[in-house]
Design a protein around this ligand. Structure first.
Ligand code: HEC
Ligand code: HEC
Ligand code: HEC
Length: 161
């Protein structure tokens, strides 16, 4: 009998904790949200609400498509994300990843998310010249020409005639 009472007691304590947690939640929701810099363009590649929850899955899937299956120019290109989302504020240079003004890190700092993507990929849009069709860097990994010039460590390299 005693054992049962103790068990019930523990169960009740647990329930109380859960209830407390539930009560604490609305308060936590009032913590200021990260301030995201404005995006270019009319809308995202998916509805905003969906992007908030699922952008990581889209990006990782797109990367696998490119690296494993050689599919390029997909809908969830990292380069395109940066084109729209990493914009300069008046009188300031483009923010770098890690700064609270950079779209991706504004949120990731807040949510304590760590990503290594920008150790290889550019964290800002490409310079105009590269977009305008300058020589594409070769990636050194596959020997293929890179249409995506988002990579910083692997390019640019000289193109031999
Ligand atoms: C070790 C270097 C490296 C790291 C780290 C890395 N990538 Fe890449 N990524 C590449 C290379 C190389 C390609 C191939 C580019 C090509 O062939 O077009 C690529 C391609 C991609 C592509 C498809 C091309 C594009 O512009 O959309 C996406 C999306 C992508 N990576 C996302 C990510 C994400 C998200 C992360 C972090 C979770 C990440 N990558 C980390 C090297 C890296
Ligand atoms: C054509 C421009 C454009 C492209 C490309 C784009 N976005 Fe967006 N994105 C937007 C706009 C506009 C919004 C809505 C912003 C708002 O509602 O204030 C948005 C919203 C978002 C949000 C939600 C932000 C919030 O307010 O919570 C995330 C996350 C996001 N985008 C990530 C991405 C990622 C990751 C990519 C690349 C796979 C990408 N976006 C590509 C324009 C773009
Ligand atoms: C609205 C807030 C928000 C914005 C803006 C945002 N992220 Fe995220 N991101 C998150 C959160 C939260 C997670 C962690 C989700 C989880 O762990 O379930 C995450 C996770 C990720 C991951 C997966 C990390 C891992 O190892 O699991 C990648 C990759 C990523 N984000 C890339 C980006 C890129 C690139 C941008 C900018 C184009 C961006 N995110 C903008 C909130 C955001």
């Amino acid at each position: 009998m005693r054992g049962v009472t103790a068990k019930t007691g523990r169960a009740l304590a647990l329930l109380a904790l859960v209830a407390l947690g539930a009560m604490a939640r609305p308060a936590a929701a009032e913590v200021p949200k990260p301030k995201l810099p404005p995006a270019k363009g009319e809308k995202c590649v998916e509805p905003t609400e969906v992007m908030r929850r699922k952008h990581m899955a889209y990006l990782l899937h797109q990367r696998d498509d490119t690296l494993r299956r050689g599919i390029r120019g997909g809908k969830y290109s990292l380069r395109e994300c940066l084109e729209c989302h990493v914009t300069a504020q008046p009188g300031k240079p483009l923010p770098t990843y890690g700064s609270p003004e950079h779209f991706c890190s504004a949120c990731h700092r807040y949510a304590a998310v760590h990503i290594d993507c920008f150790s290889c990929h550019r964290d800002r849009p490409e310079p105009e010249a590269a977009r305008a069709g300058g020589p594409a860097p070769a990636d050194g990994l596959t020997g293929r020409t890179l249409p995506a010039r988002t990579l910083k460590v692997l390019g640019p390299v000289e193109v031999k005639p």
